[in-house]
Design a protein around this ligand. Structure first.
Ligand code: ZN
Length: 430
C-alpha cells in the first residue's frame, strides 16, 4: 500500500488543530480582545452565529472552540474564511516569534512527513520582511539538519491577490533572493490563495511571465502555484473550467484544487448562477480564440456563429443570461468538461487535490460527485494534500484513507499520486 509522506499543499496556520489553538491561545487571547471582537462580528455576519470566544479558553472550553473552529460539513468559501479569521485575530505575524512554525514543524516531523511545503502570507506587514524570512529559513534548515535530511520543510509565499500588489511583492522577494540566496534557500514557490473569483488567472500573465523569465536566468527557481477552480459561486462552471485551463497556459506549475474540472455536473442541478457580463464576454472570446478552439479536437462543439451573435448582443449592452443547471445545460456542460479533461491530460496539467477540503468547500453533495473520480478516470497528474489539516481535522494519512475507502479510488491511481509527489520534491521546478 502506498505511503504518503510528501505534502505540497499546506497552509501553515491551517495546520493548527483546535487543541493547538487552545494551548497556544491560552496566554495570548486576552491581549487580542479587539481583534477577536472583529472576528466574532464577521463570523456572525457571514455564518449567522456569534462565536463565544471568551469561553474558548475556559477549563472546559476546548470542545466549544472545536465546534466553532473545525469544519465537518459543507461551507461556502466566505464561511471558511470567517472561521480562519480566528487564527489571524489570535496570532499576528511577528518579526521574531516563530512559535507557530515550531509547533507545526515538530508535529509533522514526528508524524513522519519527509517533505512539506508550507504556504504563508508574504510578510508585507512586517518592518523587515527579509529578517523574518531569514529566521524562518534558518528554522527550516535546523529541522532538516536535525532529522538527518529525512524531513525537508520548504516555504512558499502567498502573494496578495490584486495583481499590482502581487507584482510588487514578487519584485521585493526576488531582490531578497538575489541578495541573500544562501539565507533564503528554502523558499521554493509563490502562491496565490484567498478569494479567487474576482481574479481570473489571465490577470497574472505578466507576473507569471516575469517569474518564468527570472527562473531561466537564476539558480534559485520559484514554482508558480495558484488556487483555481475551487470557488465558483458567482461564476459559471463553464468559466471556472476555462480559468483552470487558462491558468496552465499562463504558466502556473501546480493548480490548487481545480474542483470545477472534475466535479460531476449533476452536483449543481437546480442551481442558478448569475455571472458578470465581463466574465461571459471573456468566456465567449476564449472559445472563439485559438486556445478555446483546441477543445474541438476533444469533441466539444463550438457553434461559432451563435457565439458571435451572443458576443455582439452582450457588447451592445443586452443583459447577461443566468446559467441554470438543468437537463438542457447538462449535456453541453459535460461535453465541455470532458474535452477539458482530455486537454488537461494532453497538456500535462498538475493538480493538487485536497479531498476533504474539496468535499466541504466544493459543497459536494454525494461522494460519487467528488472531482477526484474524474481526475482518476482521465489519468491526470495529481498530488494528494490536506490543505488546512487542522481546520478539517485531517492529515495526509487520513486523506489517503478517505480516498481508498470512501471514494474507492483505484489502487493504481493512488500509487500514481504517491509517485507524483515523491518525484515533485526532487524536481527543480514545480
Ligand atoms: Zn489551499
Amino acid at each position: 500500500m502506498a505511503a504518503f509522506t510528501h505534502e505540497h499543499h499546506l497552509h501553515l496556520y491551517g495546520c493548527l488543530t483546535a487543541a493547538d489553538v487552545y494551548v497556544l491561545g491560552r496566554d495570548r487571547w486576552q491581549a487580542r480582545r479587539q481583534e477577536l471582537q472583529r472576528y466574532a462580528s464577521r463570523h456572525a455576519a457571514i455564518c449567522g452565529v456569534v462565536p463565544p470566544y471568551e469561553q474558548f479558553w475556559s477549563p472546559q472550553g476546548l470542545e466549544l472552540l472545536q465546534r466553532y473552529y473545525e469544519i465537518d460539513r459543507a461551507l461556502s468559501f466566505a464561511q471558511f474564511q470567517a472561521k480562519f479569521d480566528l487564527l489571524l485575530a489570535l496570532f499576528p505575524l511577528r518579526q521574531d516569534d516563530l512559535f507557530i512554525w515550531q509547533q507545526v514543524l515538530t508535529k509533522h516531523q514526528q508524524a513522519g512527513l519527509r517533505y512539506a511545503e508550507y504556504r504563508v502570507i508574504y510578510p508585507s506587514s512586517l518592518a523587515a520582511p527579509h529578517t523574518y524570512l531569514r529566521a524562518v529559513n534558518a528554522l527550516l534548515a535546523r529541522y532538516e539538519a536535525d532529522s538527518g535530511g529525512n524531513f525537508q520543510p520548504r516555504l512558499a509565499l502567498s502573494l496578495a491577490r490584486p495583481p499590482a500588489q502581487a507584482q510588487a511583492q514578487y519584485r521585493a522577494l526576488r531582490a531578497m533572493l538575489d541578495a541573500d540566496p544562501q539565507g533564503l534557500q528554502h523558499i521554493t514557490a509563490i502562491d496565490l490563495c484567498g478569494f479567487e473569483e474576482d481574479y481570473p488567472p489571465s490577470l497574472y500573465r505578466q507576473l507569471f511571465a516575469a517569474i518564468q523569465h527570472d527562473n531561466h536566468r537564476r539558480r534559485q527557481k520559484l514554482a508558480i502555484l495558484l488556487h483555481v477552480g475551487e470557488s465558483f459561486q458567482n461564476i459559471s462552471l463553464h468559466s471556472a473550467v476555462r480559468r483552470i485551463l487558462q491558468a496552465h497556459t499562463c504558466g502556473v506549475h501546480r493548480l490548487g484544487h481545480a474542483i470545477a474540472l472534475g466535479l460531476n455536473v449533476e452536483n449543481l442541478r437546480g442551481t442558478v448562477v448569475q455571472e458578470s457580463r465581463q466574465e461571459r464576454l471573456a468566456h465567449l472570446q476564449w472559445l472563439l480564440h485559438a486556445e478555446g478552439r483546441e477543445l474541438r479536437d476533444f469533441g466539444y462543439h463550438i457553434a461559432a456563429p451563435a457565439l458571435q451573435r451572443e458576443l455582439a448582443q452582450l457588447q451592445a449592452g443586452m443583459p447577461t443570461p443566468p446559467c441554470r443547471y438543468d437537463d438542457a445545460t447538462r449535456a453541453e456542460l459535460e461535453s465541455l468538461q470532458t474535452a477539458a479533461l482530455h486537454w488537461a491530460k494532453a497538456q500535462g496539467l498538475r493538480i493538487e487535490t485536497c479531498p476533504t477540503s474539496n468535499l466541504r468547500l466544493g459543497q459536494v453533495r454525494a461522494l460519487g460527485f467528488h472531482p477526484l473520480h474524474k481526475f482518476s478516470q482521465h489519468h491526470l497528474s495529481v498530488t494528494l494534500s490536506s490543505d488546512d489539516p487542522g481546520i478539517f481535522a485531517s492529515d495526509l494519512a487520513q486523506e489517503a484513507h478517505f480516498c481508498r475507502t470512501a471514494l474507492q479510488i483505484p489502487a493504481s491511481f493512488m500509487r500514481q499520486m504517491e509517485e507524483n509527489q515523491a518525484r515533485l520534491c526532487s524536481a527543480k521546478l514545480c
